[in-house]
Design a protein around this ligand. Sequence first.
Ligand SMILES: [Zn+2]
Length: 591
Amino acid sequence: MKREQVKEQYKWKTEDIFATDEEWENSFKTAESTLDFSKFAGKLDKKEILLEFFRQDDKYSALLDRLGTYAHLRYDEDASVSKYGAYYSKIGALFAKYSTELAFFEPEMAKLDENYLKSLLEDKRFSDYDYVIKKIIKRKPHTISEQEERLIGMAGEIFETFIETFGKIDNLELPLSEIEWEGEKVKLSHGMYGIILHSDNREKRKEAYEKYYNAYTSLINTITSIYYGNVKKDVFISKVYKYGSCLERALFEEDVDKKVYENLLQAVSGSLPSMHRYIKDRKKLLGYDKLYFYDIYAPLVKGADLKLPYDEAYEYVIKGLAPLGKEYQELLRKGHDERWLDVEETDGKRNGAYSTCCPGLHPFVLLNYKPTISDIFTIAHEMGHSLHSHFSNENQPFAKSFYTIFVAEVASTVNEVLLLKYMLNNAKDDNFKKYLLNYYLDTIRATLHRQTMFAEFEYGAHSMAEKGEPLTKDNLCELYAGIGKKYYGEDIEHDFNISCEWARIPHFYRSFYVYKYATGIITAINIANRILTEGVQAVKDYFKFLCGGSSTDPVSLLKLAGVDLTTKQPFDFAMGEFDKTLTEFEKLMGI
Ligand SMILES: [Zn+2]
């Protein structure tokens, strides 16, 4: 389909940001010519000047964000339109200039007297910036000299080499062979591999699995070097900034207590008997003597579907999210009616789905809607992000309106869990119920267990490197295989390929990132259940979190919604939810 063929009501309203391209171009010129923060450098020790700096920066970055949002939305509509491609690169270059212009800020703030910084916290005029200032004070023990800072800055591009090189291999040069699929010979790709692994053709799954892993194992020495390089880089940086370990640095950056990480690993390890039971059930239900890793996504329940045209699907989501109250539902409707969403798949449009926010404006959502169950969940998911942005935007000053990665997947997943429970309660037949329970189990397995398993691996690899042990293909594969056996148990065949799985995970080049997926779903399961059992009070608490933006550290924000990740309780509850869902699934399946 061509974009011109799409009805206006299914296209997002980018005119809300800039009415015309000319307006964008004029604003861009203004932004380009007014980028000047030099008058503040060296003077941040004067309160008035610091305050003026903060305010000017708010104004300037809000303008940049609006320009950036418009450019990337227009670009994503159709990447073949070179005009917006040019907008996109122009704004990218301006962002880079802006961050160079502001490079003096952090080192200068870090050098300021602690009493001066603390006095800012008492001054009401600085209340929009108190969390930023608190973080600067907290970071003091980890500051280095200006000379050192400059050197690290210069090496920044070199540090990116590992992730870039892995990306080049993974996206361009991976020696993937061909496979025959639905009567056609196609080159195996990441997407194709996913499709085949989710199919019920076992022979094809096996073939795809072997061919896919062959591509990685044929490069295992190279990938080991790249990954080892990346870990060494982490160890180097954490030492330079005087952290006890790479993990300590990562958690410090997120402002997250180490207890949260420990609770996660402990709770998941303690709950593994239910995961082993699920694997055993899988083997039994598929009727295999031996279960392999290429059987792990094979469908267990067939013939269930919910095919709804977009408007009906959207209405269904609004109904499903009724426990969040009328205000929430009205906002969802507003988003639909006032064109926050870009719905249809068209030529040149970016694939997948996302939500993005624009300062002082409503959020925008990109979809490529197809009438499937998973796309109904996508609407709920992306609108979860959107309304989180909406509430934080409305209730926080600009400087605190953006939420951080640690809490980013909470609101989206709360919506998914609520919608799933609505679907389960309204399922017309047992087959659909079975499908949904299995969908829930697989979601938890992929987002909670699997990501925690990854977290254990990267923790192990970094610990080895920190102790000065070299990382080799053998000890990395041994480490991964050991963790895999612990997580999946005896009922699945742990072959050589799966011990090399670590070599194909792009996220490992952003160290200590994946555990946040696990804590996100754990929090969401807790919040959704609290809303369903406690009602109004739980919704009120949840809204406090939605309105919180980045006004304080993420763990405190989640406490507003009634989830305290420094205790074991929410972790145990989420693991219990998996076990309970499994029991229900087993009962319905008659096993
Ligand atoms: Zn998301």
